[in-house]
Design a protein around this ligand. Sequence first.
Ligand SMILES: [Zn+2]
Length: 86
Amino acid sequence: MNLLLIRLIIFAVLFFAGLKLYSMYREWKLNRDNLVEGDSQPADSKMVLCSWCKVHVPEPDALREKGEWFCCSAHRDKYLEEKKDD
Ligand SMILES: [Zn+2]
């Protein structure tokens, strides 16, 4: 009788552990799928060259001014200032 109870408890524990693992796996898989989708977006975005320091920056992060691309506003300002002097 005691043995049956112990087996029942072990079975219940294994059952709930399995359920917990399954839900954890589903969550992990969902997160991984989201990560893969998120990773593919920056790869698709174009890289542009900063006209001042010649560093490549993703287009969404770059600044555009008079047909030129810049990595930051400081470089944009420096470039425009130098052009003004010419
Ligand atoms: Zn720059």
